[in-house]
Design a protein around this ligand. Sequence first.
Ligand code: IPE
Ligand code: IPE
Ligand code: MG
Length: 251
Amino acid sequence: MTIPTDTLQKNRLPQHIAIIMDGNGRWAKSKGKPRVFGHKKGVSAVREIVEACSEIGISYLTLYAFSTENWNRPQFEVNTLMTLLSTSLRKELKTFQENHVRLNTIGRLESLPEKAQKELREVTQKTKNNTGLTLTLALSYGGREEIVKVIQNISEKVVNNHLRTEEIDEKIINNHLYTFSLPDVDLMIRTSGEKRISNFLLWQLAYAELYFTDTLWPDFGKTDLLGAIINYQQRERRFGKISEQIEENND
Ligand code: IPE
Ligand code: IPE
Ligand code: MG
């Protein structure tokens, strides 16, 4: 399906969209299938959304694929997710190249199985000169853990006299986050009806517009994405100011 992208205001596109892809298990259950069936279908939804973002002209898409807390799931499910990650990366390289997608990752990658780490390194390397969408996969990612790491790294610099305490500001913190090369999130979408952040991008979501939909991730497609962006474009982002100031700026 081609997207009727003319329904979008091209000058007001979110630069960075982040998605909590939730509901794979419930989707499978509703079909009387095992949970991992939902994860497999979830990969197709990822492909559709990556292609749609490229087509619309979104610059950054960040997908929450596996949280630090997800390690606590049954071993079989964790293993299947890790295998699915490796096989999908290899299969999707073609989609990335065709759409000029550059792959990026955030999270405690060293916790992933060696095979998945290797695939990630390879696809990242092969797509590094692509100039289209930057697709960031959050893998073994936790927002609190990210902040702990930032504090550890900054403290070390202070202890070693590479940085003075008074120099620590928001910019320095930003530069130490996994997401140092990404702009702030403009639009955060969560599927499956849950209305929580679940330890995703705690710092980076500070002023994001939040969009929650009951649609389960495997059913989330181009039309749903378009709906979320249209909804985003109808909102007024005030960043603490008042409406009149925003209108003045738009004139
Ligand atoms: C999201 O779907 C995928 C991952 C967290 C890996 P879930 O597996 O959480 O699906 P539900 O929430 O149980 O339906
Ligand atoms: C959040 O989904 C993590 C990912 C989508 C990768 P969960 O399904 O793990 O979140 P909770 O546990 O319901 O909050
Ligand atoms: Mg879930």
